[in-house]
Ligand binder design. Structure first.
Ligand SMILES: [Zn+2]
Length: 82
């Protein structure tokens, strides 16, 4: 590899490293927003149009050999700060 190519790649590497650093806190997995229906007769979640319960946020990450889920939580109890 030519010195100029190596220097270019090193500059690119440093620039990307700084961008990743600026992202802040990163966690493995994903957070999905869910709306649900319940089993209560006459509940607004069964209305037309339905007004489902939620949002509830579910954090999922892969843990061998299956997915691991944290329980559904209300947005008021979610703290994703680092
Ligand atoms: Zn309901």
């Amino acid at each position: 590899m030519a010195d100029s190519e190596l220097a270019r790649l090193q500059r690119r590497y440093r620039a990307l490293t700084e961008q990743v650093r600026d992202l802040g806190f990163i966690a493995t997995g994903s957070v999905i927003e869910r709306y649900t229906t319940c089993t209560a007769t006459g509940c607004h979640c069964h209305a037309d149009p339905p007004q489902r319960h939620g949002p509830y946020f579910q954090y999922t990450r892969k843990v061998r050999p299956t997915q691991a889920h944290l329980p559904w939580v209300s947005p008021r109890t979610v703290d994703i700060s680092p």
